[in-house]
Design a protein around this ligand. Structure first.
Ligand code: EPU
Length: 418
């Protein structure tokens, strides 16, 4: 039988937790390191399965990659391949990020449509249109998208949608292009901005990152760097929501409040108590009175993150009234609803909207982690529920949450991996 989390719920989480470095930002840094032949050291990477998968993708191209706890050393002196194997590409969405660096350094790249969470259609048009705008020829070769260009040329590029990975891939390609690239309608997520910071540390000239308009002045070559990954804002939000859902009192010590406006605002509307420290003390949430129902829209940053939609839904099952969450990023983000219903939640979907009746007792059940964040939602529901919850699909949780059972146990939860 495959592994499960066995959770005996009904205990409010209490205490402090320090979250790992950002999963997604770390994945971008591994791909960014392919832009130079010099060694790049990445520190504070989370100890999760996706880092190992991304390291394998980079190794398949000839890069030397050593993962030692939270430190990753990567050196891509030269490439032995410009096309990662399909099975590795299918392991995670970020694998497609090797396209930009390969195209920029080698003038060619080929990669299958990547795997990742089944949370919507997830097209690649933003990436491919960006490469074409930089002068690459892009076409289909069997299962692969193949791109070729002698030297990419800077261009003004409008993205149809501010795709996170699309912005990062085009930025990587533009970093070594001839001339200046402007990305209009760029993703403003902090992880994109952090990837740009790493590029600048490697000798690139990127400005405007963290906003919808970025400029990338192409350089001839880039060099090595030693870089520290920022804390994971989604993992932060997950622990804060677990604290609130269980009626507990949780502080995330290395939370970055400046990246959490949308969540903190929703906590205030829910009448949770917040202690937001401006001097590095992190964020603490507690629940002195019944949570109030709210309306949420999941949209691109700085809006409420789609990755916290499902964990938020669980907290709202405990609010005093009816809440709604409208999902506007992915078209298949609501599969978790069926699992929560199994546990007794009164929650329904209508199109992209989820309607949650609060004040509902949850009961332990056998449920599945359907993707990373849907997985987080059933774990939180298990912490809230009376009785025993068994969560299968633990591999999804391992992709995104480092030491999850240990961290929850340290907060007073009764969680066991079996
Ligand atoms: N989209 C397009 N065209 C494209 C690419 C995307 O229309 O070429 C659309 C998608 O269909 C979707 C929307 O854009 O409706 C958002 O997709 P986006 O490309 O921004 O997402 P992503 O880059 O594939 C990253 C994170 C996700 C996170 C989203 C949104 C990684 C590896 N993944 O995905 O993280 O939900 O941004 O913030 O960075 C997770 O960590 O669990 C996770 C799923």
């Amino acid at each position: 039988m495959s592994e499960r989390f066995v959770i005996r719920g009904g205990r409010p989480l209490r205490g402090e937790v320090q979250v790992s470095g950002s999963k997604n930002a770390s994945l971008y840094t591994l791909a960014a390191a392919l832009l130079t032949a010099d060694p790049v050291t990445i520190r504070n990477a989370p100890e999760i399965a996706d880092i190992g998968e991304m390291a394998d993708v980079c190794r398949s191209l000839g890069a030397e990659v050593e993962v030692d706890g939270t430190t990753v050393n990567l050196q891509a002196r030269e490439f032995t391949s410009t096309a990662p194997p399909m099975d590795q590409v299918m392991a995670l969405r970020a694998s497609f990020l090797v396209m930009g660096p390969l195209l920029a350094r080698e003038g060619e790249a080929a990669c299958a449509s990547p795997g990742g969470d089944v949370i919507g259609v997830r097209p690649l048009d933003v990436h491919l249109a960006g490469f074409r705008a930089l002068g690459a020829e892009v076409h289909r070769e069997g299962a692969d998208w193949a791109a070729r260009a002698k030297r990419l040329q800077g261009a003004r590029i409008f993205l149809d949608y501010p795709s996170v990975l699309g912005t990062v891939n085009v930025m990587f390609a533009a970093a070594l292009a001839e001339g200046t690239t402007t990305i209009v309608n760029a993703a403003a997520e902090p992880e994109v901005a952090m990837a740009a910071d790493l590029l600048n540390a490697m000798g690139a000239r990127v400005s405007g990152h963290g906003t919808a308009m970025m400029e990338i002045e192409g350089v001839e070559r880039m060099h090595g760097a030693d870089f520290i990954v920022v804390p994971d804002r989604i993992e932060t939000g997950t622990y804060l929501l677990a604290g609130a859902a269980t009626g507990g009192d949780v502080r995330v010590t290395n939370a970055q409040p400046g990246e959490l406006d949308s969540l903190l605002t929703k906590f205030r509307e829910m009448e949770a108590e917040l202690d937001v420290s401006s001097d590095g003390g992190g964020v603490r949430v507690s629940v002195p009175r019944k949570l109030q129902p709210i309306q949420v829209q999941a949209v691109p940053y700085p809006g409420f993150p789609t990755d916290l939609h499902a964990p938020m839904a669980v907290a709202l099952t405990q609010a005093d009234g009816v809440s709604t969450i409208h999902e506007r990023v992915f078209d298949n983000r609501t599969a978790y609803v069926g699992e929560l219903r199994t546990m007794g939640a009164k929650i329904i979907t209508g199109g992209q909207t989820v309607i949650i009746e609060g004040g509902t007792p949850l009961t332990g059940a056998a449920v599945r982690a359907l993707d990373i964040r849907a997985g987080a939602s059933v774990v939180i529901a298990g912490l809230v529920a009376d009785g025993e919850t068994q969560v299968s699909g633990v591999d999804h949780l391992d992709r995104g949450y480092a030491h999850l059972a240990e961290r929850l146990t340290a907060l007073g939860a009764d969680v066991e991996r079996r």
